[in-house]
Design a protein around this ligand. Structure first.
Ligand code: 5GP
Ligand code: MN
Length: 347
């Protein structure tokens, strides 16, 4: 039996809000990952089975790597179908926000989300949720929103609704947010949940193959190039920095999602505990970082890169030219040294 970690009062309020609303929109953060999309689809499938008029509206398109997920093509990306998305948000009685803690994480969809009179529920595992929702279920100790959603479904008494498709979506979120159970994955209950999802019919090996190993040749070449040519190692800082500029991206016909997982790669180098990846987009520099152990990647993103995230996986963005972004990275070096000392990494 799993621990009931979610406050029963909150569970009851969620049940009530779902009961009294027919039109429900489920949404998540921009540049959605496996956890954001997996949890959004899983919840929507359940709501539909409850005969709700439910759909997923995302700020922008899901990555191609998630194309095999059930119902993925029913998602309405605000960036592509703005009018439809606006109407759905406007007419919703309830909006359920998944996998983000700050309203600016929905990017250009923010005004439409804020303008909607719908009640809002937030279900998330990032630290420090902002108060933009009527009900907030925030559990930063959980490794994914998907696993938190599984627990919520159980506590709502709806476990029997976790069919093969729902289980596939939940597993995808659990798998992607833990790097296939290689970090944040020491909670024994995770494996009880995985066992239950397998019992419900998922093929976990097939999900891994479809989500993680369906890169195109150009994606593999872009990622290999990034590591071979555009990675700098700072041995005394136990840090790696990868920088891709607009020309690099054009050379490999980059589309969003092609660099998925790239920032994790330098952590495979012995001694590297912090990996920073800067990508030059049209109007900004996207920052993505990963760390090992207690090294607070999230705090550096909070304090230098206008972002945040989890201790070991955090990101942000800088509205400046690439050379200025590199200056910001240089300014983080003393902080990196300080964190290395705090985490007893030999320097
Ligand atoms: P990724 O590096 O995969 O884009 O993001 C890793 C984690 O960092 C995400 O799960 C999210 O929590 C956080 N993150 C990424 N980009 C941003 C950002 O621009 N702002 C904030 N607040 N968090 C971000
Ligand atoms: Mn997540």
């Amino acid at each position: 039996m799993l621990k009931q970690i979610i406050d029963p009062k909150l569970v009851k309020s969620v049940i009530e809000l779902i009961d009294i609303n027919d039109r429900i929109v489920v949404t998540c953060h921009k540049s959605p990952d496996g956890d954001a999309i997996g949890s959004s689809l899983a919840l929507t499938l359940i709501l539909k089975a409850l005969e709700k008029n439910a759909c997923v509206v995302t700020p922008d398109r899901p990555p191609k790597s998630l194309n095999s997920l059930p119902a993925i093509h029913s998602i309405v990306p605000f960036s592509q179908q703005e009018e439809t998305a606006r109407n759905l948000l406007d007419n919703a009685g309830l909006i359920i926000c998944l996998d983000f803690n700050a309203i600016n994480r929905v990017d250009k969809m923010r005004p439409a989300l804020e303008a909607s009179n719908a009640k809002k529920i937030l279900i998330d595992h990032h630290r420090g949720p902002e108060s933009f929702s009527d009900i907030t279920i925030s559990h930063p100790e959980q490794s994914s929103t998907a696993v938190l959603l599984y627990r919520l479904i159980f506590q709502m008494g709806l476990a029997e609704m976790i069919n093969h498709d729902v289980a596939t979506c939940i597993y995808t979120g659990m798998m992607t947010d833990t790097g296939n159970f290689s970090f944040n994955s020491n909670d024994p209950e995770l494996y009880l949940i995985v066992a239950d999802l397998i019992r419900r019919g998922i093929d976990k090996d097939d999900i891994y193959k479809k989500v993680m190993n369906t890169k195109s040749e150009s994606v593999l070449k872009l990622q290999s190039y990034a590591i071979a040519e555009k990675m700098t190692i700072y041995p005394h800082l136990h840090t790696a920095l990868i920088v891709l500029n607009a020309d690099d991206l054009a050379r490999f016909s980059y589309v969003p999602g092609d660099d998925e997982g790239l920032v994790n790669e330098p952590l495979a180098i012995e001694g590297i505990v912090y990996s920073v990846y800067l990508r030059q987009d049209s109007h900004q520099i996207k920052v993505s970082t990963r760390s090992v152990g207690n090294f607070r990647a999230d705090l550096i993103c909070n304090n230098f890169y206008n972002g945040g995230g989890h201790i070991n996986a955090a990101g942000g963005e800088l509205r400046c030219p690439l050379d200025k972004a590199l200056e910001v990275f240089n300014r983080t070096k003393p902080v990196i040294e300080e964190y290395l000392k705090e985490t007893n990494t030999q320097i």
